[in-house]
Design a binder for this molecule. Structure first.
Ligand code: SAM
Ligand code: DTB
Ligand code: SF4
Length: 333
């Protein structure tokens, strides 16, 4: 969808915009389901990059210490618990600039992915920059979706990050698509961007071919010690408008109401679901920051008469090898 089309939609009164996004939503997602995705930071902190919103950058005194990559066994324990709690997607994040094939840590990640993939949930990872080779190996190991956000408009991006470029992000996304993984790509509201920046971000995301399978919309959680620690919040109706636009511009994508729900009322979240959001991160913690409690989320979903998404076996492991046992042990155990 072009910038001008997005702008025209955006300029309508809120209720008209929501009416349109609701009808796109009903046509494409008649089930009234919310997908529950569990997020786990498998490698926290100490990142070389300078993303000015991120508590995991080694450049800021955010109080988040650098940790080592979690063991495969510890990750499997969390993945099994996530499945038992009703998650249909397990997303693993690492605070790295990127990964390189042939390194020990990449081999460890592949082992982790193979194991998690055999649990039958969708497997998403976000590990930073990927080349074509790394993308292919991740896909072969069982990754269903790769999260790589463009975060904001191409114009605003250099104000937020200096250690890599917007084009670097696009290149990784291309590599992910060429390898046959789904793309999960969204952004953050509250980085000091203008409305036009938000619309340009959606213009870029909706122009991907194929369109992303999921679009996380994060609301900045201002992290102490980062350059954006004092940024002011995002108006809830602005958030709802961007969700509505994402729903219209990407009718088949999961629109994920992502970071920042702890600062949103239940009514605000309900409006986001009504406007087109159909997925959340589920569990008391995001990567380093807080998320609403599991019971609170289940309670809200139930009071709204929504249901939680059933597992999608088709997406669960695109290349699962029928000869491999369902749950092999981690290589290191
Ligand atoms: N290092 C990888 C990368 O940059 O793609 C993966 C991890 S990174 C933390 C994943 C995404 O989390 C970022 O692209 C950003 O959209 C989101 N994020 C990080 N910190 C945030 C914050 N303080 N508030 C809202 N979203 C945040
Ligand atoms: C995404 O767009 N949001 C998630 C996930 N992808 C990896 C991360 C949110 C991070 C929030 C800040 C934190 O926990 O440090
Ligand atoms: Fe590193 Fe990702 Fe955080 Fe940027 S957003 S500092 S690349 S972990």
């Amino acid at each position: 969808m072009t910038f001008d089309e997005l702008r025209r939609l955006y300029e309508q009164p809120l209720f008209e915009l929501i009416q349109q996004s609701r009808s796109v939503h009903e046509a494409n997602w008649p089930e009234n389901e919310v997908q529950l995705c569990t997020l786990l930071s498998i490698k926290t902190g100490g990142c070389s990059e300078d993303c000015s919103y991120c508590a995991q950058s080694a450049r800021y005194n955010s109080g988040v210490d650098a940790e080592r990559l979690m063991t495969c066994d510890a990750i499997m324990e969390r993945a099994r618990a996530a499945k038992e709690n009703g998650s249909t997607r397990f997303c693993m994040g690492a605070a790295w600039r990127g990964v390189r094939a042939g390194t020990q840590r990449f081999e460890q990640v592949l082992d982790i992915v193979r194991n998690v993939s055999d649990l039958g949930m969708e497997v998403c990872v976000t590990l930073g920059e990927l080349g074509p080779d790394e993308a292919q190996k991740l896909r072969d190991a069982g990754v269903t979706a790769y999260n790589h956000n463009i975060d904001t408009s191409p114009e605003h991006y250099p104000n937020i990050v200096s250690t890599h470029t917007f084009d670097d992000r696009l290149r990784t996304i291309r590599n992910v698509q060429d390898a046959g993984m789904s793309v999960c790509c969204g952004g953050i509201l509250g980085l000091g961007e203008s409305t036009d920046d938000r619309l340009k971000m959606l213009e870029v995301i909706s122009s991907f071919n194929p369109q992303p399978e999921s679009v996380p919309i994060n609301k900045l959680m201002p992290m102490p010690g980062t350059p954006l620690a004092e940024n002011s919040g995002v108006d809830v109706f602005e958030l709802v408008r961007i969700i509505a636009l994402a729903r219209i511009a990407l009718p088949k994508a999961k629109v994920r109401l992502s970071a920042g729900r702890t600062a949103l009322s239940e009514e605000g979240q309900a409006l986001c679901f009504f406007a087109g959001a159909n997925s959340i991160f589920y569990g008391d913690k995001l990567l380093t920051a807080a998320n609403p409690a599991v019971e609170k989320d289940l309670n809200l979903i139930s009071r709204l008469g929504l249901s939680t998404q059933k597992p999608n076996r088709h997406l669960a492991s695109p290349d699962a090898d029928p000869d491999r046992p369902l749950e092999p042990a981690c290589a290191s155990s």
